[in-house]
Structure formats: structure tokens, C-alpha cells
Ligand binder design. Sequence first.
Ligand SMILES: [Zn+2]
Length: 277
Amino acid sequence: MITDCHIHISPMDMFKPAALELMRNKRENFAEIEQCCRSPKAFLRCMDRSGIDRALLINYVAPEVIGFTSGVNQWVVDYVKEDPKRLIPCGSLHPRHSANILADVEHLLRLKIRMVKIHPPHQLLFPNDYLKGVTELEIIYRAAEANGIPVMFHTGTSIFPGARNKFGDPMYLDDVAVDFPKLKILMAHGGRPLWMDTAFFLLRRHPNVYLDISGIPPKSLLQYFPRLEQIAHKTLFGTDWPGPGVPDIKQNLEDFRALALQPAIEEQILSRTALEI
Ligand SMILES: [Zn+2]
């Protein structure tokens, strides 16, 4: 059971023009990407071709930088109806774009969103801003913690126009891991390409912090994380397709397999960690 824990299937018509331009940039198969975002059947066929059994469909609210509104939550829930066993909805809220955070959190739970995404460089906030009065974040984390819903945080840089990269430093998750010890924290991209040491430290320090390797070119994975085997039990495979720099899911999976990790380690990362979470 291979899970890609990080796929961006999202409503294309919400993209701001500059963000869409970056997605389209130098891509010959952009029509196929659009088709997959429109049609779950088309995307399921793409998963079959790529050797992926399940995909977490990452959606988040980032009106200023990307254009996504909270409408993404209903959108992804409708999308996954095609095959709820293989398509897993990830949604989000934004502290500055919620009029009633308690009602919005309840709505998210009713929609049966299975994971929450926080994207600090696109949402323009620090993960620990609840310490500075952004109580909405604390309410989101508490609800996720109480309901066993993991929260995925983008860490590392982003090249989308308007993204602010100071927010991408994973160290701000240290507070979150301390203050919400039962919250399952997925650290997307392991802080790449600037903060891998910080990411590795957090993975070793906190039992509730996990690594999502998406966005790291698999060929470079062992340079980024030379001691990967020590953290394999909390590492998840993901691609970040069709994000900039991720041309193809199948190629990504083949490159990961070509690392020739010990079979048990490979299986842990491709399959088991996601099932355990
Ligand atoms: Zn992503």
C-alpha cells in the first residue's frame, strides 16, 4: 500500500494569475495536470500508471499569495467522493480569514477532512503565532489533536510570487510540538533546501514530529538526510506533484526506489508510516 502523502490536486480556477503562471512554466503536460484537477477519474488513472495506491490531496487557504479561499475544503471533499479509499482529503483554515473559528473548525470536522495543512510562507504566519495572540491557531491545533487529525506544515522555501520565506524555518514547530504533545505534526519537505539540520533535530527531539520527504529530489534525499535510517520510522513518502520542480510522480517513485535502501526501510517510508499515522 503505497501512499503519496503530498499531492496538490486543487481547484485551478482559484489560482491567481502569477501563481498559475509559475505552475505552467516550462511544463509540456500542463493540460494533463488541469485534467487531473478537474476529473478524479483521470487522476486515479494517473495514480495507477504511477504505482500509487493512495494520495493525500493537499489543499489550504491562502488568499493573498495563491488565491485559495476556504472553498477548497468543500471542493476537495466533493472530489474524493469518486474513491474515498484511495483519495484522502486535506483541508485548511486561515486565522485571518475566519470570522468564527469555532464554527469553521466544526465545519471542517463535519466535512471529515482527514488532515489540516498550514502553509506559513503562503499564509504569511508563523506556526507558533498563537503565543503572540493568534488564538485561532491554538483552536485549530487543539481540535486536530483531540480528533487525531494530523497537521502538515510546509517547511523550507517557496518560490511562488509573494511567498515570504522567513516563515519557512521549521524551528517554529518546536513550540507547537512542546505545547501540543499529542498533535501529529507532519513537517513537509524537511526544511529544504536551507534548514535540514533543524528538521533532523526536531524529528529526533519530538515523538510527535514526522517527516514528509516530498519536494526533495529523491536522488538528493540521502545528501539532505544522511541519517535517514534513524528517522525512517517517522518518515513518509510524498512527491509534491505537480508543484514546481516535480515533473512526474512515477519518475519520483522510481528515483526513490533506486536509492536501494534496506527493504524494511523502504517499505516503512513508502507504506507503513502513513498507515500508522
Ligand atoms: Zn506542497
